[in-house]
Design a protein around this ligand. Structure first.
Ligand code: PLP
Length: 438
């Protein structure tokens, strides 16, 4: 039958991104999704599951939004593609760049578009280095990022990623990339001093670390980061690829910390995943310096920078986020989600720390929350597998000795849907706890 045929074709022809290679080869995909509506996904054999991860932290407005399909079709029928290189432009890209200047924090005002988050990060590092060349300080090449960070898989963003397995995978140990402890501004200062401030171009950080295990920085962390960057003259870049466009209960995650960056990377939620789009925003000062000091050509650009269809979808997506007040909903439902996690924690033994901001949440798994002792083998992957069987998609993080389950449901989630998600999670944790503790 068709399902069997697709499973076999998948195993034979489709090399999956970020996947357990052997398991993928032996078993094929666990779900072949065919439809989505709201927070739900349906697969080819009719299983319906709650998308507790907004797929990859990105389907902010939920699945099956016909408004976005309609805009994409209209734009593609009118003008599917034209270049933005040199002096060419198109209306959706122009209007989107203007809209971003209106909603972005601080004085971020000018946008360079990419097709996703990895490209956005590589672009930010390259523009930062070019900036220092123009300023007569070409030795400022190094990028400092944080432990437990994830910035993508292009060559620069792989090197910036603090999670070591991603770098080991391709032997990526570029000495121009260094790492400071993710919560310690003291360590950031030490790394800057050790490397030499006049060799460093920029410091990059996710306002809330997602893929690295859901880490919310201490309250004053980014204020101190901002002042350290100013003190040593480094550019401060935020990676809002996950935290942008309402995910944390504010438009951008850094707004929780009352500071603004010199550059900001974004992707994912800007189109809710309906089209491939990312980018980097530059502050007024950086942009002005670039304009005043540049004499040659900006030798960096992707074919799809400013793709008209992707930009038209982004504009409509932002309109939906605003009209439906999804940022306020993320804040409200995020608080409910955390409350639910704490309630489950009180009923079980294996949930240690509960973490979250807006609709990003994480549960650390331990043998016993009274002692915080870890399991010898991580249990989070088992919870993820059992939750999927019961109708809930979530993700595990096991890097750096972590054992964490993470969640990021669509921003449209309502009380009843959240209650259902928490019910399934509770049932799953109880079942797994019985299995691993007895
Ligand atoms: N930056 C962060 C914080 C991310 O979480 C991701 C992807 O998950 C990326 C960058 C890379 O984005 P992309 O997968 O669109 O290249």
């Amino acid at each position: 039958n068709c399902v069997q045929e697709l499973l076999e074709l998948d195993k034979k022809y489709f090399l999956h991104p970020t996947s357990p290679i052997k398991q993928q080869q032996d078993q094929g995909p666990s779900f072949i999704f065919t439809e989505g509506k709201g927070i739900m996904l349906t697969d080819i054999v009719g299983n319906t599951v709650i998308d507790g991860m907004s797929s990859l932290w990105n389907v902010n407005v939920g699945h099956g939004r016909e408004e976005l399909g309609k805009v994409a079709m209209e734009q593609m029928s009118k003008l599917a593609f034209s270049s933005c290189f040199a002096t060419f432009s198109n209306e959706p890209a122009i209007r989107l760049a203007a809209k971003l200047a209106q909603i972005a924090p601080g004085d971020l005002s000018t946008t360079f578009f990419t097709s996703g988050g990895s490209e956005a990060n590589d672009t930010a590092y390259k523009l930062a280095r070019h900036y220092w060349i123009l300023k007569g300080q070409p030795n400022r090449r190094k990028i400092i990022s944080r432990t437990k960070s994830y910035h993508g898989v292009a060559m620069g963003s792989t090197n910036a990623t603090g999670l070591k397995p991603f770098r080991e995978f391709t032997n990526s140990f570029d000495p121009d990339f260094c790492y400071a402890d993710h919560f310690s501004t003291e360590d950031l200062r030490c790394v800057i001093e050790a490397e030499g401030p006049d060799t460093i171009a920029a410091f990059i950080a996710e306002p809330v670390q997602g893929a690295g295990g859901l880490h919310v920085a201490p309250k004053d962390y980014f204020k101190e980061v901002r002042s350290i960057c100013d003190e040593y003259g480094l550019l401060f870049i935020t990676d809002e690829v996950i935290t942008g466009f309402g995910r944390t209960g504010k438009y951008f995650g850094i707004e929780h910390y009352g500071v603004s960056p010199d550059m900001m990377c974004f992707a994912k939620g800007i189109t809710s995943g309906y089209a491939q789009l990312g980018g980097v925003m530059l502050s007024k000062n950086i942009h002005q310096d670039l304009m005043e000091l540049s004499t040659g050509t900006l030798l960096h650009g992707y074919t799809y920078s400013g793709h008209p269809m992707a930009c038209a979808v982004a504009l409509k997506n932002i309109e939906l986020i605003e009209q439906e007040e999804l940022i306020a909903n993320a804040e409200k439902m995020g608080k409910e989600m955390l409350k639910g996690f704490h309630w489950i924690q009180g009923k079980c033994r294996i949930i240690g720390k509960v973490k979250g901001l807006g609709l990003m949440g994480g549960l650390e798994i331990v043998k016993d929350h009274r002692t915080n002792e870890s399991f010898e083998t991580p249990v989070a992957p088992l919870i993820v597998a059992e939750a999927a069987k019961r109708g809930l998609i979530c993700r595990s993080v096991v890097f750096d000795g972590q054992d964490t389950v993470v969640f990021a449901p669509p921003l449209i989630i309502n009380r009843e849907e959240l209650a259902k998600l928490l019910d399934i999670l509770h049932e799953t944790i109880v079942a797994v706890e019985n299995e691993v503790l007895h």
